[in-house]
Design a protein around this ligand. Structure first.
Ligand SMILES: Nc1ncnc2c1ncn2[C@@H]1O[C@H](COP(=O)(O)OP(=O)(O)OP(=O)(O)O)[C@@H](O)[C@H]1O
Ligand SMILES: [Mg+2]
Length: 285
């Protein structure tokens, strides 16, 4: 690895997140690297979205007392996130937008835009990009999200799953732009497959899996489908009540013991019937 490449990582150092007095992410320390796809798994309310929001740089540092925080329910983080060698919170929103792309769990859009216009928003932080370059990113990302036929459709008239794929395509445009100018891109996806049918779930995960390698992406994906995570991700992080209880490759992290503890229900792990290098997870009720 060259000297420059050693800076291509995100380091979380004793990262904690509070919503008011409630601590929802507790003392996370880990590293994320370019070329890997990490699944974040855990029950509803475990703190996954709060972790991803902190890694995206959307929370400010604690500057108020816990007593005041409890009164106003403000969200804040403690510890540090270092992105490519620089503190994330020292960056402006535009600087962050030129390093990482984020798909939040809930996307809101009230304007009456067509699909192509929504997807194009991913290139907004890159005003210097040439129009033909942006068009190429949009075309490739629409194809990746299987949206070529809906390019001119009104976003507000799409189904829930189609809208989710449009938001994914928007994130891919931003990630392509970041990779074009930086040589690599960080991507945070909060439940990108939650509204997708089985074929589109597979398409999205397969696409991420290949783009991680071909375009130098480092990806973190929150998901509830344990089998998608087991099949497509290089690493799994299991969260329970704000605590990181496992951080390993699927073969070591996705044990029946870890999963049963994480989800408070009996779980079994087996060898995938078609691909013996992969695992499948089943509930053991
Ligand atoms: N804006 C907020 N204000 C107050 N509390 C919040 C806020 N957002 C999240 N919380 C609380 O923080 C905890 C963790 O929430 P978070 O959204 O991170 O969970 P999650 O693991 O993403 O869950 P899910 O799988 O349901 O999306 C929950 O108890 C939640 O009630
Ligand atoms: Mg969430």
């Amino acid at each position: 690895m060259s000297r420059a490449q050693t800076h291509l990582r995100i380091s979380a150092l004793d990262l904690s997140v509070n919503h008011g007095a409630q601590s929802v992410v507790k003392d996370f320390s880990f590293e994320m690297r370019i070329g890997e796809c990490i699944a974040v798994l855990g029950a509803n309310g475990a703190g996954k979205s709060s972790l991803l929001t902190a890694l995206s740089g959307e929370y400010s540092k604690a500057r108020i007392s816990l007593f005041n925080a409890a009164l106003n329910r403000a969200a804040f983080m403690k510890g540090a996130v270092i992105m490519n060698g620089a503190p994330l919170l020292a960056m402006s929103p535009n600087q962050r937008a030129r390093l990482r792309a984020v798909l939040p769990q809930h996307s809101t859009l009230t304007f009456n835009l067509v699909v192509e216009e929504v997807v194009q928003m991913g290139a907004y932080p890159f005003s210097e990009a040439k129009p033909e370059q942006v068009s190429q990113w949009i075309g490739a990302s629409l194809l990746d999200a299987d949206l070529a036929g809906l390019r001119c459709s009104k976003y507000s008239e799409l189904s829930g799953g189609e809208q989710q794929r449009v938001q994914f395509a928007r994130v891919l445009v931003q990630a392509r732009a970041i990779a074009y100018f930086q040589g690599h891109a960080w991507i945070f996806l909060d439940e990108p497959t939650s509204s997708l049918d089985p074929r589109h779930q597979q398409l999205l995960m397969a696409k991420i899996h290949s783009l991680v390698k071909t375009l130098n992406f480092g990806v973190m994906i929150i998901m509830h489908d344990l089998n998608l995570a087991a099949y497509w991700c290089d690493r799994v992080m299991l969260m329970k009540d704000g605590v990181l209880i496992a951080d390993d490759c699927p073969a070591k992290g996705l044990t029946a013991e870890n999963l049963s503890n994480c989800f408070d229900m009996p779980m079994q792990v087996m060898t995938h019937p078609i691909n013996p290098n992969k695992l499948i997870v089943v509930a053991d009720q």
